[in-house]
Write a protein that binds this ligand. Structure first.
Ligand code: NYM
Ligand code: MG
Length: 208
């Protein structure tokens, strides 16, 4: 039987070190395995360009529901490519997914179930690696304020929403306050075993 690839999702508040870890993991795994990197939002597509303008330009106004649906649409437009990649035996490392969508929108006060609905049916991650970091440490790492959502009060709400999901069996919480090399080692051992464990299992759809 053909081996399938795994979907490995990374989540966390802004400045948790996620993008650095995702890149490092990709560079290391690539030497021995078939992997690719995806990030959401994918700012390259027409929908992604609209999202980018909303995030980077405070003058751009969009209803909270509308931007939520655009983030979700930006994942749906990647669905076929994700399925093809997985079925070809290649694993995908994903920088943010539906839990970012739910947490950032629900943090604005949108109804939690309403936020979950648009993403139901997307390919489900085989594991969600949550980089846990305190708001205080994240704030020390760089200047918040460049993009929308980058304020301490907002990130606190996002963090609480993420952490309501932490008990889910597919979630693995890692300590993002460690040295980058140590964090990478923790992440890598989780990922190596997930890739092997799911090779012959069917891919699920997201229920959140
Ligand atoms: N974000 C990301 C959302 O609000 N909803 C989503 O569905 C996704 C995928 O976009 N602050 C937010 C989280 C981030 C911002 O992401 C841009 P990044 O990883 O900083 O480029
Ligand atoms: Mg960011």
């Amino acid at each position: 039987m053909m081996k399938r690839g795994a979907i490995i999702v990374f989540e966390g508040i802004d400045r948790c070190g996620k993008s650095t870890q995702v890149q490092l993991l990709h560079d290391v795994l690539q030497k021995s395995r078939s992997v690719e990197l995806m990030r959401f939002p994918n700012r390259q597509t027409p929908i992604g360009q609209k999202i980018n303008s909303y995030l980077t330009d405070k003058a751009v106004q969009l209803d909270d529901h509308v931007i939520h649906l655009l983030f979700s649409a930006n994942r749906w437009e990647a669905r076929n490519q994700m399925l093809e990649t997985i079925q070809s035996g290649k694993s995908i490392i994903v920088d943010r997914y539906a839990y970012s969508g739910v947490s950032f929108s629900a943090a604005k006060g949108l109804d939690l179930d309403w936020c979950k609905d648009p993403d139901r049916g997307l390919p489900a991650p085989d594991v969600v690696i949550y980089l846990q970091l305190s708001i205080e440490e994240a704030q020390k790492r760089g200047n918040y304020g460049e993009e929308r959502y980058e304020t301490v009060e907002f990130q606190r709400k996002v963090k609480d929403l993420y952490e309501n999901k932490m008990k889910d069996p597919s979630w693995k919480v890692v300590n993002a306050s460690q040295k980058p090399e140590d964090l990478h080692n923790d992440i890598r051992s989780i990922v190596e075993s997930v890739i092997q464990d799911v090779e012959h299992t069917p891919l699920n759809t997201l229920t959140i």
